[in-house]
Design a protein around this ligand. Structure first.
Ligand SMILES: *Cc1c(COP(=O)(O)O)cnc(C)c1O
Length: 395
């Protein structure tokens, strides 16, 4: 910059640099599309594959690199890629690892949009998909064919909360050279260290527990194997995926309280699930930490704790309108998707929309399913709210 430069140029090329040495508990938010190179040689030597330098905002900033390292540590892996949502993380794994003619295995209780991605997008690219019973590793092994490349495992299954036979499933996949990917959104790296079970990839919707605020969407894909990470990183690059600095900082802000929030919401979930199990309106409680819940023995073998998330089956004798009235009459539990934020949430689901009739019959699932996710309100207030709403079912 020279004195004769015009004001717009002076404002942009201003010589002042803040002094170094500023340190605060919370990391800075770096936001960038452009990254400035020192000289042409540095620009030519750029490498988006490594964290040794910066190339373009989409490929990482100090803020997103820091979050990647934290999430890799949380999951017990070595490398992480970040994407704009949990669903994008699932789609990235599928797109990076599957090619035309390959087959994908999904548990029959998988997070719904994961199955929809396979059915509507992967199918168009010539990738087929089969489902397996996550409680029956032998049936999963039988579903593995010569074209099977990837098996998703979800501990526990979305909405109906069956905890899978993780040991049996991983063994079945390994025997046949099939990669395994765990959706660890429920375990959050706290209740479940999925790499300990021998899986290849651990994905998480950071939207849920790591955020904890109900205000950010993000997903992560963590690996321990460098070559596998490079395959994911390359697809991530080609798909133009990346996350914003403010969002990454919001997740970084959630991490220090993650274990405390997880424990508090998990404890509240167990208290309320046990209380609901004793209520006459409730036919069954689906919570992996409760005896009698599907997959409870597998939960016991693999998990240390549980998320504050469970479902109940209200008795068949109630009409759908009565169940809706029960949900509507809750005051602290608000109606909404997602979980792990400060507010408790509730969603009624139609069982028939979740599973094939044969699967429902096999697992003995009957009645009206309502899913609760615990926030951070006082447990006694949440219990009182449930009690007053259950009164509507007596009327
Ligand atoms: C919420 C969720 C996802 C998707 O996360 P988004 O960030 O909402 O896209 C994936 N898997 C599970 C188990 C989830 O609960």
């Amino acid at each position: 910059m020279s004195k004769s430069d015009a004001l717009p140029t002076q404002l942009i090329h201003h010589p002042y640099r803040p002094p170094g040495g500023f340190e605060a508990p919370q990391p800075a938010v770096h936001k960038a599309s452009t990254v400035i190179f020192r000289d042409v040689a540095a620009m030519r030597a750029r490498d988006w594959r490594s964290k040794a330098g910066y190339t373009y905002g989409l490929h990482g900033t100090p803020t997103t690199f820091l979050l990647e390292e934290h999430i890799a540590t949380l999951e017990g892996g070595t490398a992480c890629v970040l994407v704009p949502s949990g669903l994008a993380a699932i789609a990235l794994v599928d797109q990076a690892l599957l090619s035309q003619g390959d087959e994908l295995l999904l548990p029959d209780n998988v997070y719904g949009p994961s199955a929809a991605f396979a059915r509507h997008e992967l199918a168009r690219w010539g990738v087929t998909c089969r489902s397996y019973d996550p409680l029956d590793a032998a049936s999963a092994a039988a579903a593995i064919g010569p074209k099977t490349r990837l098996m998703w495992i979800e501990p526990p299954g979305s909405v109906t909360m069956e905890f899978p036979d993780l040991t049996g499933l991983v063994a079945a996949a390994r025997n046949r050279g099939v990669l395994t990917a765990v959706d660890n959104t429920w375990g959050a790296g706290i209740a479940l260290r999925a790499f300990d079970a021998g899986v290849d990839i651990v994905m998480q919707a950071l939207t849920k527990y790591p955020s904890g605020g109900g205000d950010v969407l993000m997903g992560s894909v963590v690996t321990r194997d460098a070559a596998l990470h490079q395959r994911l990183k390359q697809a991530h690059m080609h798909l133009g995926l990346g996350v914003a600095g403010n969002d990454a900082e919001a997740i970084l802000r959630g991490l220090p309280s993650l274990a405390l929030r997880y424990a508090a919401q998990g404890d509240a979930g167990v208290v309320l699930a046990r209380w609901l199990a004793g209520r006459p309106e409730v036919a069954r409680v689906l919570h992996p930490a409760l005896e009698g819940s599907p997959g409870h023995a597998h939960w016991r073998a693999h998990a240390q704790g549980a998320a504050g998330l469970f479902s109940v089956l209200l008795d068949e004798r109630f009409s759908p309108a009565q169940v809706d009235a029960f949900v509507d009459s809750l005051r602290l539990f608000r109606i909404g998707y997602s979980w792990a934020g400060p507010r408790s949430l509730v969603v009624p689901y139609e069982l028939a929309s979740l599973r094939e009739p044969a699967v429902l019959a096999r697992q003995g699932l009957r009645g009206h399913l309502v899913r609760f996710s615990l926030g951070l309100e006082a447990v006694a207030d949440l219990q009182a709210d449930l009690a007053q709403a259950l009164e509507t079912l007596r009327a």
